[in-house]
Design a protein around this ligand. Structure first.
Ligand code: HEC
Ligand code: HEC
Length: 293
């Protein structure tokens, strides 16, 4: 009898492990699935700015994305890695497919899941061509060595596989242009919801920590665990800004232009990155935001 129960328990254990590894297994893209594309590093630089890569991946020199500076989250401290083309500690030896897998699918070259403190659930919405351009831009930077520091996050061994299940719900499909809206509005929506990852802070999450798209940009507790991030809905109707132009000025000038509601909780860095975009893109972001009721 004991043996039967033992065999049954073992069987159950195998089945559970099997289901668990099936549910959590990463499925990276191969090089053959990448689009045919001639990379444009200048567009990559634009994507780098709206993507806010420097905010988390800054090095000892805060203008260089050589990584290693602490990024505190409620689950522990990360030291986001080196994004310069250094062969040993950076992305110098990475292939384009490895980069696309990391940024859009949260899968490392070793086939592990990245923890979504890296906002790839939003980057998943980006056009893969833009990610290839971003790769070309990063490859054009001067390599900067920076010792890789493992994240100080307890329970990583459990968190990484569990992230595989979370991704099944959290990776939103790419956004198609809405033909009833203007090209500027569509551009603004793409920049905000894709590379800009504004919703990572401004959209509330459900019990699974998946962003609740029925309440997009409605304001949320700050992801760093302290305070609240304000709503971006109906900014003009609620009298926060006078017009789309006023909102565009706020995004490009920030606190220096007297707009002090974009100054704290990481928003100053986001605003400084937005300010590096062409005026037409800043205006497109403002036009899209103003339309969210
Ligand atoms: C909000 C912070 C944040 C932002 C913004 C961010 N990252 Fe990261 N990134 C991280 C963290 C944290 C990790 C490590 C995740 C882990 O250990 O699971 C990471 C990891 C990576 C990796 C994997 C590197 C390696 O050596 O394994 C790549 C590539 C990367 N990020 C690229 C980017 C790019 C490109 C951008 C801008 C489009 C960007 N990141 C924006 C936080 C961020
Ligand atoms: C790291 C988290 C974070 C991200 C990412 C983020 N924001 Fe914010 N945002 C904040 C916080 C916090 C504030 C409030 C700042 C303050 O009161 O000083 C804010 C404020 C704002 C405001 C002012 C709202 C008001 O009531 O006047 C605007 C506009 C805004 N953000 C737009 C954006 C856009 C556009 C993006 C994406 C490109 C974005 N934010 C991404 C955290 C974030």
């Amino acid at each position: 009898m004991g043996r039967v129960i033992l065999a049954w328990l073992l069987g159950l254990a195998f089945l559970t492990t099997g289901i668990f590894s099936w549910l959590t297994a990463p499925s990276p893209l191969g090089s053959a699935s990448l689009p045919q594309h001639t990379a444009n590093a200048a567009n990559g630089e634009l994507i780098y700015h709206i993507g806010g890569c420097i905010s988390c991946h800054k090095g000892a020199d805060a203008t260089v994305p050589s990584g290693g500076e602490p990024f505190k989250t409620p689950i522990g401290t990360f030291y986001p890695p080196n994004l310069t083309p250094d062969a040993e500690t950076g992305i110098g030896q990475w292939t384009a497919a490895q980069f696309v897998n990391a940024v859009q699918l949260g899968i490392s070259p070793k086939g592990q899941h990245y923890i979504p403190a890296f906002p790839y659930a939003s980057y998943h919405r980006m056009h893969t061509e833009d990610v290839l351009d971003l790769f070309a831009y990063l490859k054009s930077l001067a390599p900067g060595a920076s010792p890789t520091k493992a994240p100080d996050v307890p329970l990583q061994w459990a968190l990484r596989p569990a992230t595989g299940i979370w991704k099944r719900f959290a990776l939103h499909p790419p956004i198609m242009d809405d033909p009833t809206q203007s090209p500027a509005w569509n551009r603004g929506r793409y920049l905000v919801t894709g590379p800009g990852h504004c919703g990572e802070c401004h959209t509330p999450r459900n019990f699974m920590m998946v962003s609740d798209e029925t309440r997009a940009l409605a304001g949320a507790p700050h992801p760093d665990g302290k305070g609240r991030v304000p709503s971006l809905q109906d900014l003009i109707g609620r009298g926060k800004y006078e017009s789309v132009d006023d909102l565009a000025d706020a995004l490009s000038l920030g606190e220096l232009g007297g707009y002090d509601r974009l100054a704290s909780g990481g928003m100053a860095e986001v605003q400084a990155n937005i300010a590096k975009l062409p005026e037409t893109d800043i205006r497109a972001i403002a036009e899209y935001l103003a339309s969210i009721k």
